[in-house]
Design a protein around this ligand. Structure first.
Ligand SMILES: O=C(O)C1=C[C@@H](OP(=O)(O)O)[C@@H](O)[C@H](O)C1
Ligand SMILES: C=C(OP(=O)(O)O)C(=O)O
Length: 450
């Protein structure tokens, strides 16, 4: 993974060294939820009429989605007020782009777009950066092919790829082979242009933002609980989707970084307003509370169809825990920062059932293990697990970490630097812009120095 889209764009990697700091304090206004932001642009583009989005995440991943849908014929504009307005083309009316679409670093953008394109009678070419081109797409190619799309990819189902949408999409019932909201969403979005009902069966609950937002735009989505925690989610084809107003909550996966920093840095007290509290996303908060984290959940309310709350986080002495494997889906992007918290927790933290971490922007198990070990933390791993032996107040630090085009790795080691005895260097901070463009300004506002 030596190549980077930043070096390809002639921008040198931007190393960053982070040192221990005094107490963090103040209010951290975290940007909009990435999953919800992608979906609001996508469904806005498929709906008839105007969609107004408040709080859209202006990170590179979502900007890639916005640009792709412009090239597919929708109007996607930022207003001076900061609101985004999407004027959709209606279902099945996207136009064939005249060039390859570059989805950058974003798995969500690529896989959900493939679901949508499976139901459009056009041919589209997709690519991404070195990280995205190494990620598995077969997981969406298989069900979309069963629904009538044709996809030609590189060996092993990798991008670049070409997708030719089906003239007549076949409704299917698809049992997810991996717990993935991206695969679920791709199938449900393809099902929008099918005649009849398309269903997905998931054995554990994955984030349900697609289902909630489809309902908000006038679609018909049902969820039936099956035995053992499984569920069958079905969408009715050919709905009339109408433009809608969306209010995007702050992203709990981004909030995780200042939140864990506040728990770890002695004397800290940080307020995080308006954080998305969708139960399919709150596994990290539950885990940190079990570890002894002082996290007060205040003002719980519903905004724009999603539960939100304000969080008040104070420095805490943490102890290691075993995270149950069936919680993985609800905190899948939070394991890197959890393993940093675990380095500062008394005893062992065990994370099992986390094999999906190996196919994210980087192999997050391998990259976290390498970075923690280099910084003096005792850690071990296997194909689907990772263990960290914590030593409160005794994280040596002092090493440089390779981030492999992975924003969550970069932000996790930034937080490690805040508590380590010697400074921690991340080799490239640029990937942070994919999901949290104002991360450093926000952390500096709380008292961090880097
Ligand atoms: O649907 C989504 O918005 C996402 C689903 C998850 O991926 P998987 O579906 O691959 O688990 C998550 O890791 C990603 O950051 C966002
Ligand atoms: C895995 C992630 O995103 P994506 O799959 O969209 O690249 C993430 O944001 O941690």
């Amino acid at each position: 993974m030596s190549e980077s889209k930043h070096s390809a764009a002639n921008t040198a990697a931007a190393p960053l060294t982070v040192r221990a700091c005094g107490p963090l304090s103040g209010t951290a206004r975290v940007p909009g939820d990435k999953s919800i932001s992608h979906r609001s642009v996508m469904l806005g583009a498929l709906a008839v009429g105007e969609t107004r989005i408040t709080g859209l995440l202006e990170g590179e991943d979502v900007l890639a989605t916005a640009e792709a849908f412009r090239r597919l014929g929708a109007q996607v504009e930022r207003q001076d007020s900061g609101e985004w307005v999407v004027n959709g083309v209606g279902l099945g009316a996207l136009k064939e782009p005249d060039d390859i679409l570059d989805m950058g670093n974003s798995g969500t953008a690529a896989r959900l777009l493939m679901g949508i394109l499976a139901g459009q009678p056009i041919r589209t070419f997709l690519t991404g950066d070195a990280s995205l081109r190494s990620r598995p797409m077969k997981r969406v190619i298989d069900p979309l092919t069963a629904m009538g799309a044709r996809v030609y990819s590189r060996e092993g189902g990798r991008m670049p790829l070409m997708i030719q949408g089906a003239d007549m999409v076949l409704p299917i019932t698809y049992e997810l082979p991996v717990a993935s909201a991206q695969v679920k969403s791709a199938v449900l979005l393809a099902g929008l242009t099918a005649r009849g009902e398309t269903a997905v069966i998931e054995s554990v609950a994955t984030r349900d933002h697609t289902e909630r937002m489809l309902t908000h735009f006038g679609g018909t989505v049902s969820r039936e609980e099956l035995s053992g925690g499984a569920a069958r989610i079905a969408v009715q084809g050919e709905p009339e989707l109408t433009g809608a107003d969306i209010v995007v909550p702050a992203d709990p996966s981004s909030a995780a970084f200042p939140l864990v920093a506040a728990l770890l840095v002695p004397g800290s007290e940080v307020r995080l307003p308006n954080i998305g509290m969708n139960p399919t996303r709150t596994g990290l908060i539950q885990t940190l509370i079990e570890m002894g984290g002082d996290i007060a959940i205040e003002n719980e309310r519903v905004a724009g169809g999603e539960p939100v709350a304000d969080l008040l986080v104070r420095h805490s002495s943490l102890r290691g825990v075993a995270v149950p494997p069936d919680r993985a889906a609800s905190m899948i992007d939070e394991y890197p920062i959890l393993s940093v918290a675990a380095a500062q927790a008394e005893g062992k933290t065990v994370m099992r059932g986390v094999e999906e971490l190996r196919v994210k922007e980087s192999d997050r198990i391998a990259v976290m293990v390498a970075g923690l070990r280099a910084n003096g933390v005792a850690v071990s791993d296997g194909e689907d697990w990772m263990e960290v032996e914590g030593r409160p107040g005794d994280v040596p630090g002092g090493a440089t970490v390779a981030t492999h085009l992975d924003h969550r790795i970069a932000m996790s080691f930034y937080v490690l630097g805040l508590i380590a005895k010697k400074p921690v260097t991340i080799d490239d901070e640029a990937p942070i812009r994919t999901s949290f463009p104002n991360f450093r300004t926000l952390m500096q506002g709380l008292g961090a120095e880097a």
